[in-house]
Design a protein. Structure first.
Length: 213
């Protein structure tokens, strides 16, 4: 009789490894709690439409990587590929954004149907923090500091923090225009997915894994 093994890319956490996992979780929890972030636990399954709206229809995650199926009632459900959308859904559903800010953190499994390789799995675990209702950029600096504090508390050496920005809306529009112009001049080098995205969401062409681009 053939043995039944774990699904590829979805690994067991054995007793020899779980103490290290608990140490990382306890350390992150202590830092996040000290900054006033409250833990939220959302369902592993959500309606597929939640991720289509929040992540975008024309993305690799939605088009190729989500574990999506229909339940017995014919409703389309998806194993969460990330938790930001679930957090926002929960806050809106429970009326927690009415004239107040919310600092949240979460911990749990996420699922993406990617090609399994070292450091990338189909079921992976993520610790994340979200802040809602704070209009000033200081909250971004706080989140960056929280991440750096967690690294320090874990004793991680050789870490380098790199910051990036999407720019202002006008700068984004100008960049998008120049990108579309460039890609149209090189349309013959684009694969079918990139040609479709060129018209609907050209920035997603930059996510292409096509080595010829």
């Amino acid at each position: 009789m053939q043995a039944i093994n774990a699904i590829r890319g979805m690994n067991d956490l054995l007793p020899a490894d779980t103490p290290l996992w608990r140490h990382v979780e306890r350390t992150a929890r202590a830092v996040l709690d000290s900054y006033g972030y409250a833990e939220i636990r959302t369902p592993v399954l959500e309606r597929t439409e939640l991720f289509r709206r929040s992540i975008g229809e024309v993305t690799d995650i939605v088009e190729k990587e989500m574990y999506t199926f229909s339940d017995h009632n014919g409703e389309s459900l998806t194993l969460r590929p990330e938790c930001t959308a679930s957090c926002a859904r929960a806050l809106i559903e429970h009326g927690m954004l009415r004239n107040q800010g919310q600092r949240l953190w979460y911990l749990g499994p996420m699922f993406r149907h990617e090609r399994p390789q070292r450091g990338r799995y189909r079921q992976f675990y993520q610790i994340g923090a979200e802040a809602y209702g704070y209009p000033n950029p200081e909250i971004d600096a706080e989140l960056i500091l929280v991440a750096a504090r967690i690294w320090g508390a874990l004793g991680l050496d050789g870490m380098r923090l790199e910051l990036n920005s999407l720019g202002t809306r006008s700068e984004q529009a100008a960049y998008r225009e120049r990108l579309v112009e460039y890609l149209r001049d090189h349309r013959e080098a684009l694969d079918e997915d990139c040609r479709r995205r060129l018209e609907s969401n050209p920035l997603r062409v930059l996510d292409s894994k096509n080595p010829d681009l």
